[in-house]
Write a protein that binds this ligand. Sequence first.
Ligand code: ZN
Length: 327
Amino acid sequence: MDPGPHLQRFASVPKAELHLHLEGSIQPRTVVALTARHGVTMTETDVRMKYAYENFLGFLEAFKWVTSFLREPQDYALITRDLGEHLLAQGVVYAEITLSIGIMLWRKQSVETNFEAILGAANALASRGLQMKFVFDAVRQFGTDAAMDVVEAAHLCNSESIVAFGIGGDELSIPTEHFRPIYYRASEIGLRRLMHAGETGGPAKIRESIELLGAERIGHGIAAINDPRLMDFLAERQIPLEICPQSNLRTGALALQLSRPDACIEDHPLPQLLRHGIPIVLSTDDPAMFHTTLLDEYENVRRMGLTDDEISCLTQMSFTHAFALTP
Ligand SMILES: [Zn+2]
């Protein structure tokens, strides 16, 4: 997207981002460097072709492919530096970054060693004005034992930079209530609670995440638009939805939730949810894989018709709902 003059000015406004995945943030240039480390020669065009898909399953396949090259701790350090540079260029001063610990464990990697490398890269970025905190994320369809292993990995890493536990992946797989003991344990060791819900699943997935698991913010949650009572509930409880418009468009989640195959960004329900009094934290999800940036997302909400005041309010809410903002 071509940045207009207002966007360029907006780049210097300090911003926070609360829903983005490290492994979905690897820019094509860095993917080329990463695959070369492991003996696979690719061009940026090849990577862009891998990053082109039309639905959620296609996206999951591409995610699996790119993460297959994350084999050594230094690979994680490389992509953390890459993401840090990208965020600094967007004027981001605070970010909560989701790490696919479920995938690391599934590949039998040492979470402690990988996390140490990530933290080393993050510490170097802190001196340049970017505070990075981390969310340990499990893969829903891998099951409850694997999710508990993610919580225990956070416990072992024993770092105040790990602020939350969450679950992503296929929300239609394992029933929400099965994860109760896992969220109980996460809370017991001092982690805040997150859940991807209401992206491809219905509104019930959102309500269950809050009532059964104590989720404090919801990843996506756009299905709420189909349930007025749930919208009231989210507004009363002030539970933020982490909304990622471009991601919703690219995965087909927007078309699915609106039951309109031709849904475009202007049709996104973000304005209605915000004007209903639900806190919204605007995010990019997987910026490299969805061909977006935080500045592009601010341009997207402008296209949805948000006023300047509403956009300022959005910027502020990402700070208000951060888990570990230190002055
Ligand atoms: Zn996500």
